[in-house]
Design a protein around this ligand. Structure first.
Ligand SMILES: [Mg+2]
Length: 269
């Protein structure tokens, strides 16, 4: 069984995204950035994640770039890191910490042939997003773009319009906290996870996530768990029957997901 899971706001949380009261004793730091603790999971989640190793193959599937993923060492503290990790939303697959070149070259070709490359996108962003609520325009390696936006001034009512405009150009949009992502349609978590499914010969995929960028992964899995607090649920998009919403909201969602994974892997043994 393959357990393919998003990280941020699914298994790990920043102080701002925890969404509930939690004591310091319940938390473990999993990421440090510029000397400061940045992301956390509950101790219960961390030990549950270690315990599923015997029955399920854990595959981190994140929109973080390789460098950003490499900061999240606390998840595996004292334990072996997973053999594979999907980073940059599926544009890059790490095997024992190194990108699989052929995979990324194939994705690159698809992006070039569909003209969903950053140099084509930037003028469109400039056209639609010149307002002062755009604080920064960031490029994630050569793959995709995200804006840092001022959420207080961001016009949420125009999001559907933007989504339609950029979809026609081959870019998917996702708003997560202060980040507004523009993702080429060729870069999906699902495709990369299916590649790993083949590689390891898994017969069953259980996937977890919270955002619109996780939807294709959840849809492609045999069983999906979506965080109730996340963008995917809030945006009210339709989801297939095999995708289940969590009962909990906030950081404890991690525990709920891992309990479900343990339960299902036990049933399948
Ligand atoms: Mg997430």
């Amino acid at each position: 069984m393959l357990f393919a899971s998003d990280l941020d706001q699914t298994l790990i949380y920043s102080r701002n995204s925890m969404g509930m009261e939690i004591t310091e004793e319940e938390l473990v730091e999993v990421e440090r950035y510029e000397g400061k603790p940045l992301s956390f999971m509950t101790k219960k989640s961390q030990s549950a994640l270690w315990n599923i190793h015997a029955s399920a193959f854990f595959l981190p599937v994140t929109t973080r770039t390789q460098a950003q993923y490499e900061r999240v060492t606390g998840i595996f503290n004292g334990q072996q890191a997973p053999r594979f990790a999907i980073v940059s939303n599926g544009a890059v697959i790490l095997e024992n910490g190194k990108p699989i070149k052929e995979w990324s070259e194939e994705i690159r070709q698809q992006c070039v042939s569909r003209k969903t490359i950053i140099s084509e996108l930037l003028p469109e962003i400039e056209r639609h997003f010149s307002e002062d609520w755009v604080l920064k325009v960031k490029e994630a390696e050569e793959w995709f773009v995200y804006l840092i936006v001022d959420r207080a001034r961001f016009p949420e009512d125009k999001l559907d319009f933007y989504t339609t405009v950029f979809k026609e150009l081959g870019w998917g949009m996702s708003l997560q906290g202060r980040k507004l992502y523009f993702m080429p349609e060729s870069i999906t978590k699902a495709a990369a996870a299916m590649y790993i499914k083949e590689r390891i010969g898994a017969s069953y995929v259980l996937a977890a996530g919270d955002s619109l960028l996780d939807l294709d992964l959840l849809e492609s899995a045999d069983y999906g768990i979506v965080a109730s607090h996340g963008e995917a649920v809030k945006s009210r998009v339709s989801m297939s029957g095999h995708i289940h919403k969590t009962d909990k909201h906030g950081i404890k969602v991690g525990e709920e997901i891992l309990a479900r994974v343990a339960e299902i892997s036990l049933q399948r043994q």
